[in-house]
Design a binder for this molecule. Structure first.
Ligand code: IVH
Length: 706
């Protein structure tokens, strides 16, 4: 199918309904039975929505087997069927706040109709919607007797032996277990495990998996449990489906705590909220923070907490009335790959990229996406004309994750890397033995030159406002600028003739260029675009050597000895400064008046020497940069992630959930802002809190969840 924008119904709506039902049935089979979907979830949701809208207005009777009335797909004959004692339903979706609100209003009306519900006590449970595979686990007398996939909701597939290999899933519940228990939840593959698997596959020249969900589904539906055991599958529990011979549980929250007592993993982000507004705020929080986690989530599930009320509200044919999935804007979509081209970067690296039929994904319209290097194109085997899956997650640059091979045109052929640079000089491209990247090594390559200038002027480098890609190209084409030093020789008269340029814009640009002469030394180093030299290592070199001249004269071993630099960066820095063209550029920049601001020499005592302090969340008295600078000024380090080597984690408002979880798991001290100030002053960590005295048992509050 095409790129997936909402398709306007054309022609006869009844014909379109028939067509949509067939299409959706086909996609159900690809997703649920073959674990190899042809379209993204977002494109699938659009088809189902279009069908539901048409059915609501045109179909007199909606058949019971319409995809709007059913769940999943028939179980595969490869597995023994398991009849679910309680149907495994789907969830209705809310695509935005207004749809969540509308669901809430429907719910309130339904509760009002019941006549005896005190609306002021209604509570909602907010949970992450884990993007994995739903399973049902049945226990008899505390022993796992069956584990099944959802299938069509009525009959699933027996994958007990495979589920037994997951350490997260208890096989025996121990004392106090009820006679019968059915627990449901989501099997998922952590992102770190998915990335490690794909990195290994790519390194071996093999086709990587498209996403963690499909990998999890494929891993779970293996004939050989030993294969499942090798994949690092995990499990989150989200529902107690049936219990016989256990305590009377009145709320969802209480049932999760009860299951947790038997060792079922319950996600720490489950939250009980007293209003739908609070639930919506929680959904919006997770739209921003979905990438803080080490697993994919595709939304937030909002559930009514009261179990008796749930039973009274009941379900439609495919989903309960008491829950809704707030779906996130999609980060994966399918579209057509028009062509593959290579772009030339400032170091000459030739990066293949996809020209795509425009597609709205991750909040923006994407027309190009990186393909990284020659081997990745070959391993993914994406070809011009293919339907491809495009991903744009958070701020990460868009990427083509793979092709839908079943939709490949018959005449397609594998793509081959071009032999020469796409620039007018057409110099042969070079790929060194054992390297994955291909380079244009022509010193005069105009594409590299333009990229070097764009990089020089960019925010993290000389930060010359108004000197973007278009202006750089204009200056090069006019023959005014060849390298960064030429920028400092520009005069107003040179620029006044350009179309659309007036005194103001010319003045602004010249002032911005002038202002860049005193940028900090670290930024100047970054602006040279030395391979591997990023802002952190540039900062370390600037602090250690204090001037361009001192770095230019330093021996490679001296460079490598600087903390955060190392032998690889030291080698590329040395090579760069040794090039005659670089020496000449430096001399011309100095002559033009470039005078980098020397880094501030720290006057703080090095009370944090050798310590590693991670900061997460917003602090009241520091920006993130200020907090990190305060740590570095005292001899410490402030990396972006928590590890065994972390000394302490400073936590502000809205901290990254994964950092917090990891710190807790590793037993790393967690400091608030006040304790952080004390640490900066003294270098001492606060005394650990003493174990709290057991509190006297409070009188039971009948309205409180247990
Ligand atoms: S509750 C009656 N809670 O989403 C439905 N489902 O589209 C009970 N899912 O089949 C499901 N995380 O595979 C629930 N915290 C969560 C979930 C969750 C993921 C999946 C589940 C379900 C699908 C519905």
């Amino acid at each position: 199918m095409a790129s997936g924008e909402q398709v306007e119904p054309v022609g006869d709506p009844i014909e379109r309904i028939v067509e949509l039902r067939a299409q959706i049935a086909h996609h159900n089979r690809r997703y649920h039975e073959l674990d190899d979907p042809e379209i993204s979830d977002a494109d699938y949701d659009l088809l189902v929505r279009e069908l539901a809208t048409l059915e609501a207005t045109h179909a007199d009777a909606v058949p019971v087997d319409s995809p709007t009335q059913t769940v999943g797909s028939a179980p595969s004959v490869a597995f023994t069927p398991v009849v679910h004692r309680v149907a495994m339903m789907s969830l209705d979706n809310a695509m935005d706040g207004a749809e969540l609100q509308a669901w809430g209003e429907r719910l309130v009306r339904a509760m009002e109709r019941l006549g005896d519900v005190d609306l002021s006590t209604v509570a909602y449970c907010c949970e992450l919607k884990i993007d994995g595979v739903a399973v049902a686990l049945s226990y008899e007398d505390g022993v796992l007797v069956s584990g099944a996939t959802r299938g069509d909701g009525r009959v699933g597939e027996d994958v007990t032996a495979n589920l037994r290999t997951l350490a997260d899933i208890p096989t025996e519940l121990g004392s106090g277990a009820p006679r019968r228990l059915e627990v449901r939840g989501e099997v998922y593959l952590p992102l770190s495990a998915f990335e490690a698997t794909n990195a290994a596959l790519l390194a071996a020249g093999q086709k990587p998996y498209v996403n963690p969900r499909n990998t999890a589904a494929g891993s779970l539906r293996q004939k050989d449990p030993a294969v499942t055991a090798q994949r690092k599958l995990r499990f989150w529990t989200y529902q107690l489906a049936e219990i016989d011979g256990g305590p009377g549980l009145v709320s969802h929250e209480a049932s999760l705590r009860y299951l947790e007592g038997f060792g079922f993993p319950v996600n720490p982000q489950v939250q009980l909220l007293r209003s739908l507004d609070a639930a919506l705020a929680r959904c919006q929080y997770w739209v921003e923070h979905r990438h803080d986690l080490d697993y994919d989530i595709d939304g937030v599930v909002v559930k009514l907490d009261d179990l008796a009320l749930r039973t009274r509200l009941g379900s439609t044919a495919r989903a309960p009335r008491w829950a809704i999935a707030y779906k996130f804007p999609p980060e994966e979509r399918t579209t057509i790959l028009r062509d593959i081209e290579v772009s030339i970067g400032r170091t000459g690296r030739a990066t293949p990229f996809a020209r795509l039929e425009p597609v709205f994904v991750g909040g923006v319209t994407v027309e190009t996406a990186t393909l990284h290097n020659e081997d990745q194109v070959a391993a993914k085997d994406v070809r011009p004309g293919d339907t491809v899956i495009v991903r744009r997650a958070g701020d990460v640059i868009p990427e083509v994750v793979g092709a839908v091979v079943s939709l490949r045109p018959e005449d397609s052929a594998p793509w081959t890397f071009p032999r020469s640079c796409p620039c007018p000089l057409s110099t042969p491209l070079v790929r060194a033995e054992g390297e994955s990247d291909t380079f244009c090594v022509e010193a005069e390559c105009p594409y590299q030159r333009a990229q070097r200038l764009i990089h020089f002027a960019s925010r993290g480098a000389m930060d010359i406002e108004g000197l973007g890609e278009r202006t750089v190209q204009l200056l090069i084409d006019a023959g005014l600028v060849n390298d960064p030093a030429d920028l400092y020789g520009l005069h107003a008269e040179d620029l006044m003739g350009f179309e659309g340029w007036g005194e103001t814009s010319v003045g602004n640009l010249l002032r911005a260029i002038e202002a860049s002469k005193t940028r900090p030394l670290a930024n100047v180093l970054v602006s040279f675009g030395v391979r591997h030299l990023g802002p952190a290592a540039a900062g370390a070199l600037a602090s250690r050597f204090g001037s361009i001249e001192a770095i230019a004269e330093a021996r490679q071993e001296e460079l490598a000895a600087v903390e955060g630099v190392g032998p690889i960066i030291a080698a590329t820095v040395r090579t760069w400064f040794d090039r005659p063209t670089a020496r000449e550029l430096l001399a011309r920049l100095a002559a033009a008046g470039l005078a980098p601001a020397a880094p501030a020499v720290s006057t703080e005592r090095p009370v944090l020497a050798g310590r590693s302090i991670v900061v997460t969340g917003a602090l009241a008295g520091f920006s993130r940069e200020e907090a990190e600078a305060a740590i570095v000024a005292r001899g410490g380090k402030s990396p972006g992630s928590v590890s065994k080597k972390t000394t302490a984690v400073v936590v502000g408002a809205d901290p990254g959930a994964s950092k917090l979880t990891k710190a807790t798991d590793l037993g790393i001290p967690i400091l608030d802002e006040e304790q952080f100030l004390a640490l900066l002053a003294t270098g001492e960590l606060p005394e650990p809190e003493p174990e709290p005295e057991p509190e006297p048992e409070p009188a039971p509050d009948p309205s409180a969840p247990t």
